[in-house]
Design a protein around this ligand. Structure first.
Ligand SMILES: Nc1nc2c(ncn2[C@@H]2O[C@H](COP(=O)(O)OP(=O)(O)OP(=O)(O)O)[C@@H](O)[C@H]2O)c(=O)[nH]1
Ligand SMILES: [Mg+2]
Length: 300
């Protein structure tokens, strides 16, 4: 028998069976799920801001090791606020992401007290049949007074890991802990593919991140980004140039005026910050043609 033909066999043959499966990152908003996904994959796939409810769509990121492949799924965080259709939709998306997965990674931030949003996640995870791992993030912070309160709950989990998504501390132990719970099987993704997200989606997300970082109050939550076209061109010197046409869509004319700013200053600032990020992310010059439009369907 030719062992290398066995799809579940590792690189050294049948002695180290290859594992593969989906691990979903769930938790209250702002605990660092997206930062963790990016750190694990080694590339920015999911946007990160200090504001709550940054992530809207589950994004997959792939981590390969000789022992196996983990497909991480980042999800929108739970956030208890005034009822809104957006919040309901985000919670529904997070819950739906729990279907068909192999391991649940409950990410928490022990620098903050265990609050109602953590309890919502706790309740949601209670009926989940798959193994659950507790991930105590932000271990780089000097003060994390709620570590012990979380550790008191670790009996409900198959493992508990202290990590810092910011510094990378403890991440490999988490990866190995997850791999141990995955079924034996061949990789779901080829080794050079790190995500299921399309380039156009990721470009829109980078613009959305800048809207979150550069506008206040309700504005980011009543805003979406649409990328109309991405074209590969050449600049006057013959260098590769990525030409992007996008719109920031917002629910009402007042937000539109805030996003445009006096003399178009705010939208230029957003465009400039997005362009710089896109250039380093795409590895070539970017021309970003962006406007701000009203789309009333984004209202409540
Ligand atoms: N000090 C420290 N800060 C972190 C760490 N991980 C994330 N953060 C910060 O926490 C904030 C929230 O991070 P996100 O990754 O956007 O959190 P999230 O859980 O994805 O949030 P939602 O998408 O809103 O659910 C950002 O300001 C991050 O820089 C960490 O390990 N240490
Ligand atoms: Mg996020």
């Amino acid at each position: 028998m030719n062992e290398s033909k066995d799809p579940a066999a590792g690189p050294t043959g049948a002695a180290t069976p290859h594992r593969c499966g989906l691990a979903v990152l769930v938790g209250r908003t702002n605990v660092g799920k997206s930062t963790l996904l990016n750190a694990l994959v080694g590339r920015k796939l999911s946007i990160v801001t200090p504001k709550p409810q940054t992530t809207r769509d589950p994004v997959q990121g792939v981590v390969n090791r000789p022992e196996g492949q983990i497909v991480f799924v980042d999800t929108p965080g739970f956030f208890k606020t005034h009822a809104s259709r957006l919040v309901d939709r985000l919670h529904e998306r997070a819950r739906r992401a729990l279907q068909g997965i192999d391991v649940v990674v409950h990410v928490v931030d022990p620098s903050r007290a265990i609050g109602p949003e953590d309890e919502m996640v706790w309740e949601t995870l209670r009926d989940v049949a798959q193994p659950r791992l507790l991930c105590l993030n932000k271990s780089d912070l000097p003060e994390r007074p709620y570590v012990d309160a979380w550790k008191a709950r670790q009996h409900a989990y198959a493992g508990c890991y202290e990590v810092s998504a910011l510094t990378g501390q403890g991440l490999e132990a988490l990866v190995q802990g997850i791999l141990a719970h995955l079924p034996i099987g061949p990789p779901l993704y080829p080794p050079d593919q790190i995500t299921n997200a399309h380039q156009r989606f990721l470009i829109g997300e980078i613009i959305r991140e800048k809207v979150y970082l550069l506008t206040d109050d309700e504005v980011p939550y009543r805003t979406a980004v649409e990328v109309h076209a991405v074209e590969e061109k050449r600049d006057k010197q013959g260098q590769p140039l990525c030409h992007i046409k996008a719109s920031i869509l917002t629910a009402n004319p007042r937000y539109q005026r805030m996003l445009i700013g006096a003399g178009g200053q705010r939208v230029r600032q957003i465009g400039q910050a997005a362009r710089l990020d896109l250039e380093s992310w795409l590895g070539r010059k970017v021309f970003l043609d962006m406007d701000v439009l009203v789309d009333r369907s984004l209202g409540r």
